[in-house]
Write a protein that binds this ligand. Structure first.
Ligand SMILES: [Fe+2]
Ligand SMILES: [Fe+2]
Length: 212
């Protein structure tokens, strides 16, 4: 008889999640916000720029998957774990939508996705090991920075590109809610030196992801 191994099941589920995130084959639960909107007539330059920005966003979502995965694995409080699980599902929608949009725009996903994923998983587990308050603090700050970053993309995207904009706007609104949830669950305030280090890391990541 085959023994019941829930630990192995969980590991396989998590591994499957990781592979899907890296390969860009996630399925969204919510409809794509760009559905039903017309494709804009854009110059090749605007289109390439939008594809590169959405590649950067997809990388951000790959990292979000790994961060949430790492944090959910280590969170102690069941309420925290449940909130992380719910936010992670919305992040999975973002992952699917941004990958779809990159492909629609004729772009490709980042070749470095496995690297982003592994690094973020380690960070998520590290933050989780510090305890729920710091885990949530890290999450709240990440969401705040992503929200600001998406606002920056809305400035750069062509005003005619309604499809890309609809996706980015929905993602930004979700990230704001994730930040508020983390704060509501008792996130600590991160020291400013940590916040600056996170901004520095995000800058390196976004610069690389824009190109590779
Ligand atoms: Fe997201
Ligand atoms: Fe988020």
């Amino acid at each position: 008889m085959i023994p019941d191994l829930p630990g192995v099941d969980r590991l396989i589920t998590e591994f499957d999640r990781a592979l899907r995130a890296v390969a860009g084959v996630h399925h969204a639960e919510r409809p794509n916000p760009s559905a039903g909107l017309p494709e804009a007539e854009m110059s090749a330059e605007s289109r390439d720029e939008a594809a590169a920005l959405m590649r950067v966003n997809h990388v951000g979502e790959v990292c979000a998957q790994a961060l949430y995965q790492g944090q959910a694995l280590t969170a102690r409080n069941p309420d925290t774990r449940e909130s992380l699980r719910k936010a992670a599902q919305e992040e999975a929608d973002h992952l699917a939508w941004s990958a779809e949009r990159v492909r629609d725009l004729g772009g490709r996903l980042s070749l470095l996705n496995p690297v982003w994923y592994a690094g973020s998983l380690a960070l998520g587990i590290g933050a989780g090991l510090l305890g729920d308050r710091w885990n949530l603090a890290f999450l709240a700050e990440t969401e705040r920075q992503v929200e600001a970053h998406l606002d920056g993309h809305l400035q750069r995207l062509s005003v005619e590109d309604a499809r890309t904009r609809a996706i980015v706007e929905t993602m930004r609104d979700d990230e704001a809610r994730h930040r508020e949830t983390a704060i509501g669950l008792g996130a600590a305030e991160l020291p400013s030196v940590v916040r600056s280090a996170m901004r520095g890391m995000a800058r390196i990541m976004t610069t690389l992801a824009y190109r590779i």
